[in-house]
Structures are given as C-alpha cells and as structure tokens.
Design a binder for this molecule. Structure first.
Ligand code: G16
Length: 543
C-alpha cells in the first residue's frame, strides 16, 4: 500500500467566516492536525480528483514540511497535477498569478501573513479558488462545515518530491512541477510597469530601501529591483527568507518596521522606502520624513495609476474596505469612476474584479492591489509608486502635498488593542451595538453623533449579503469611528478602532494625524470606555 486512510475527528477549530486557518505552529504540527484541515478543504471544495493545484507558502517555520504533507494528500486524493514553488516558496500574489496563468483549479497557500513565524509563533493555511483569489464566503462555509464532521483523511506514503529541484516529478499518479517562484511574477510586473522609466530613475541616483523583513518578498524584490531594474546591490535588505523572520514580526507598519521608519527620517535618508509582510501581499510606503498611510496610498494610486502602461487606459473603478478612509472615494468622484465599499477581507473584492467593475482595490490594513491578480500585492504597490514617481518627477512628500491640496486630507489612524480578554472585547462591542439606535444626537467629548449603524454588504455582482461587518459611528462635520474585532489574531481578541476626519482647510493639512484626530479619539473613549474596561492606557499599535 502506498496510500493510507487515517481516521480522524473534528479538530481544526476554524472560525466561521474566515478564509483560512491560523493557529500556533505547534498546533499545526500536532499529529494529524494539518492533515485534518487540508482534507476538510479538499472535501469542502468537492474533492480534488483530476484537479490541478498550486501550492506554496511564505517560508515560515514548518512551511516545507507542510508543503510535502499537502502534496502527499493531494496525490492520495487523486489530484492530477500540483505546481509548487521551489523550496515550497511562493508569495501570496505570485501564487494567485500562477493559479490564473496556469488555469489551475485553485491553490493552497501556507502562511500566517504578517504574524510572526517559528515553532512558538504562528502558522496558517488558506485555499484560493480558480480565479486566484481567497475563497468566497460560500466556499469557506463549506470548508468550515466539513471541519465539523470530518471522519478521515488520505495521505500518499510511497515517496516524496525533492522540493529544491526545479522540474517535473511524480508522486504516485500525480504530476508535480517544481517552479521558480519568482520568474512568472517578475514577467507580469514587466508587462504592467514602465521598467525603462523606473530603471532610469534608479540608475540616476534615486535611492530606494526595500525591507523584505526576512520574509518571502526578498527574492522577488532582489530579482526585480536589483537585477532587472538595476538598483544598487543592497537596495533590498533583510532579503533572505528566514523561518522565524529574523525573530521579528513581518508586519510592514511603523511599529514593526521601526528600523526602516528611523532610516527614512535620518539626514541621509533614501528617497523612497518600502516594506512588505510575511507572504508579500501587504506593503508600507515611505518617503523622506513622510509616511504614506495605506488609505492615502490607495487614493494616490487611484489618481495616478494611468501613468503606468498597465493602467494607461484608465481604471474601471476603485474599491476599498469599509474601515479604509474615504480618500479614494474623493478621487473616484472627481475622476468619474465607480467606487465600492466592501467589508474587511480581500475576498470581497473578487466579484468586483472578476466582473470588471473595478481595477484597483485597497484596505487600511496595508493591502493594495489590482485586477492583475486576485490578492493584494506588496511589491506591485511598490512598483506602481516607483512608476508614478519616475514619470511625475516628484518626491513622495511632494505627491502627498499635491494630493491633499487637490482633494483635502482624510486624517486617519487605526488603534489596535491586542491580546484583550475576549469576553471584555466582545462586551465592549455588544454594549455599543445595543446603543446604536439611541446615539444620533448624543454628545461625546464635544462631538455630536450624526448616525450609527452595523455595516452590512450587499454584493452587487452575486447578490450575497454579509452582515455584522463592524460598528460605525459618524459624527456631525464628517468624522467617524469604526469598531471591529480582528479576524486574524491567534491570542485573545484584538480590538481595532478606525478613526477618520476630513480636513479641507489648506492651512491645516500638515498636522500630526493623532493630534488632528484627538477629538474623535476622545469621543470614542467617551462612547466605549475602552481604557477603563481593558485597563490599557494606550493602544498597542497605532498606524
Ligand atoms: C487579512 C485579509 C485582509 C484583511 C485582514 C484583516 O489580511 O487578507 O484582506 O484586511 O486580514 O485583518 P483583521 O481581521 O485582523 O483586521 P492578511 O494580510 O492577514 O491576509
């Protein structure tokens, strides 16, 4: 026998409504746990017999072992072919591209995204569908349902594939193709962007620092920025994927990419700084002394994407997640583009992209992307910024100044309270939700509530409805706060506050965002009592 069927019981513990499973690495490493969840995915998508799958991950601890296990399970479940990144590596956007370009039936991506990696940190698995994007709600619901009644899994035991060797191999009856994780993706970037203009910029002394945070984008960024575009060696730092991400937290924000932030504020700062996360789908954009928030980045890209060849024909429309600021809406309105507001989660952009209603999408959680794949794409965002900088001849700060002068500034910040006792976090949300109807007209620290609701989304393409997607309080004068519980944490609850205030007075466009948002922060505390109820004096992370 080269194949085993192993009896199992429901153990995966996936939260309903989430598009994958994130747990502590040791949980995934426990005997049969990964297998149990992978079989639930296979069963939940109607089996994989005769199908082609793309498999790869972000290189975190357990990535390569898990890749081997998944290949063995795909073989035992009758898959026809698996396309796998060399060494088990594929960035999330590169996996999405491979699924699409190779006409695969879907893919499994091994990552816990921006969460830390290592035996005592986090691991994750998610399924992407044939369009290359995160599974839609109906599919995640079917997978979740299967995690609750699974009884057995199947695994091939007759050999293994050497993941370090490029080329064709076999696992039982299944073909396995080990591919260069970077090549197809780099070719796609060359199609979309003006590599000549970017190259001239980089060779002309414009200095870039790209921090790969010891994660998967290192090899992609080195190949594209240094080899193809001619940036000096050393432009990409922390470029070798490491199973523990150098012991760090591969989350490209001002807190976790503090070293890059500091360098961009130094006297000899480079002209442009950027970072990406564990699996390469998030991005952070910086100029000298200038942090570009994700919501502003989406707005600038929506305004100027036509400067890149891949978008020269203009954009069909733009979509943003609800907690993302309305900066992009103002661009869409001025340019006569459609604009959509979706719940948090990239999967909600899939239908809009597939239907050709939007070309660009973005989220406040440092994700920006376009119709070129069905995932957010960190390096893509960096290249689009470089393309715009090269063609416009402006600095990052110069672009932001121009942008705010034209459209006004949506001051924005997200405050995260991490590792909060789940019962406390849920009570804060429930108490506010119970009072939403009574809030209009109420005073909170000097602001007046205009309206308040729970966000629901009606998908205009397939008519599906997603309810309970966050609490929104709008204040007179245009400020708002959104409250949500994170769906991606692995310890306790993470309570997120998304604070926003529009400023159109040209004289007040360059304040510190925290100062500009002080009235909204105070009003939120007055409405929720978060500090007292969590015992925290300040948020753990402010972006
Ligand atoms: C994932 C999704 C993103 C979403 C984020 C929300 O990000 O892919 O679309 O914005 O979760 O996270 P939370 O629920 O913690 O606010 P990633 O980068 O972790 O895959």
């Amino acid at each position: 026998m080269t194949q085993q069927t192993v009896a199992t019981t429901p153990i995966a513990g996936q939260k309903p409504g989430t598009s994958g499973l994130r747990k502590k690495t040791r949980v995934f490493m426990a005997p049969g746990y990964l297998e149990n969840y992978v079989q639930a995915i296979f069963d939940g998508i109607g089996g994989v017999a005769g199908k082609t799958l793309v498999i790869g991950g972000d290189g975190r601890y357990f990535n390569e072992t898990a890749t081997g296990t998944i290949l063995a399970m795909a073989a035992a479940n009758g898959a026809a072919r698996c396309i796998v990144g060399q060494g088990g590596l594929l960035s999330t956007p590169a996996a999405s591209h491979l699924i699409r370009t190779r006409g695969a039936d879907g893919g499994l991506i091994l990552s816990a995204s921006h969460n830390p990696g290592g035996p005592d940190a986090d691991f994750g698995v998610k399924y992407n569908g044939p369009n290359g994007g995160p599974a839609p709600e109906a599919v995640t619901a079917a997978i979740h349902a299967r995690t609750l009644d699974i009884t057995e899994y199947h695994v091939f035991t007759g050999g293994a594939v050497a993941l370090d060797r490029l080329g064709q191999a076999r696992l039982g009856n299944m073909a396995v193709e080990v591919v260069d994780p970077v090549a197809d993706y780099a070719a796609l970037m060359e199609e979309l962007f003006d590599f000549e203009a970017i190259s001239a910029l980089l060779r002309g002394g414009f200095r870039v620092r790209f921090d790969a945070m010891h994660a998967v984008t290192g090899p992609y960024a080195r190949e594209i920025l240094e080899t193809r575009l001619g940036a000096p060696a050393g432009t990409v730092v922390n470029a070798v994927p490491d199973p523990t991400f150098g012991g760090g937290h591969p989350d490209p924000n001002p807190v976790w990419a503090a070293d890059l932030m500091a360098r961009m504020q130094a006297e000899d700062a480079p002209d442009f700084g950027a970072a990406s996360d564990g699996d390469g789908d998030r991005n952070m954009i910086l100029g000298r002394n200038c942090y570009v928030g994700p919501s502003d980045s989406l707005a600038v890209l929506a305004d100027r994407a036509h400067l890149a060849p891949g978008y020269a024909g203009g954009l069909a429309g733009v979509a943003r997640s609800m907690p993302t600021s309305a900066a992009a809406d103002r661009v869409a309105e001025a340019r006569g583009m459609a604009c959509y507001e979706t719940p948090t989660g990239w999967k909600f952009f899939g239908n809009l992209l597939d239907a050709g209603r939007v070309t660009l999408c973005g989220e406040e959680s440092a994700g920006t992307g376009s119709a070129h794949v069905r995932e957010k794409d960190g390096l893509w965002a960096v290249l689009l910024w470089l393309n715009i900088l090269a063609v416009s001849g402006k600095s990052v700060a110069g672009l932001m100044t121009d942008h705010w002068a034209r459209y006004g500034r949506n001051y924005y910040s997200r405050h995260d309270y991490e590792g909060v006792d789940s019962a406390v976090a849920e009570a804060i949300m429930a108490d506010l939700e119970a009072r939403l109807d009574d809030l209009p007209g109420a005073q909170a620290a000097g602001l007046t509530v205009a309206r308040a609701d729970v966000f629901s989304y009606h998908d205009p393409v397939d008519g599906s409805v997603a309810t309970a997607q966050g609490l929104r309080v709008f204040f007179e004068g245009g400020a708002r706060v959104v409250l949500r519980l994170s769906g991606t944490g692995t310890e306790g609850a993470t309570l997120r506050l998304y604070l926003e205030r529009l400023e159109t007075d040209a004289g007040a466009l360059h304040q510190d965002p925290q100062a500009a948002l002080a009235p909204v922060i105070a009003a939120t505390e007055a409405l929720t009592g978060i500090a007292a109820r969590t015992g925290r004096r300040a948020p753990d992370v402010m972006t």
